[in-house]
Design a protein around this ligand. Structure first.
Ligand SMILES: C[S@@+](CC[C@H](N)C(=O)[O-])C[C@H]1O[C@@H](n2cnc3c(N)ncnc32)[C@H](O)[C@@H]1O
Length: 176
């Protein structure tokens, strides 16, 4: 497989899963886009969910001007600082869908990033809320649906927060 093939397959999986998720999510709850980047997936989400509140998070703004959220819906800064503040402002369990596409080509760094992010993501999801990501996460309160949604193994990842909170041995803290 060439690198071009690989990119096309990854983006196809990403788009297919975003399309799947917008039909699966609960009728209430925020949509969070972690890593606005060029704004392509943000633009896709807002076109599919025109009536939902979508917040985009980014530390270094480089989005296409047509794909930039309004100021109130753009959260600038490192997500490890902005997500805990957002959770304080909006409340835990505020998100129906979180999409994270913030990895790099460095797999070691990506694994560290996912490990640090996991305790921030899970408490933000409402019961039944979906988390889509470009890499695997360890989320004890969520079910991993990645192999059940028609995407080749390892290409994109999907998790659903349990509807009823499951007790877990270690309660992740959202505090910084
Ligand atoms: C691959 S791009 C996202 C592309 C986007 N999904 C699109 O379709 O255009 C990843 C983005 O995540 C941002 N990012 C990475 N780590 C971040 C962090 N810790 N906090 C905030 N933004 C971050 C980067 O600045 C980059 O713009």
């Amino acid at each position: 497989m060439t690198r071009l093939d690989s990119v096309i397959r990854r983006l196809t999986a990403q788009r297919n899963l975003l399309n799947w998720a917008v039909n699966e999510i609960e009728p209430t709850g925020l949509i969070l886009e972690l890593g606005l980047g060029n704004g392509r997936t943000y633009d896709h989400l807002r076109s599919r969910l025109p009536d939902r509140e979508i917040y985009a998070f980014e530390r270094s703004l480089a989005a296409h001007p047509d794909s930039c959220p309004a100021e109130d819906y753009l959260i600038m800064g490192d997500i490890f600082e902005t997500l805990p503040l957002f959770a304080e402002r909006m409340g835990l369990g505020c998100a129906a869908l979180i999409h994270a596409d913030i990895g790099s080509g460095d797999e070691v760094l990506n694994r560290q990033l996912a490990k640090r992010m996991a305790p921030l993501i899970e408490p933000l999801l409402e019961p039944g809320g979906l988390f889509l990501a470009d890499r695997a996460f360890d989320l004890p309160r969520c079910t991993n649906l990645s192999t059940r949604v028609g995407v080749a193994e390892g290409r994109y990842f999907v998790y659903r927060r349990a509807v009823k909170a499951e007790p877990v041995a270690h309660r992740p803290s959202i505090a910084r």
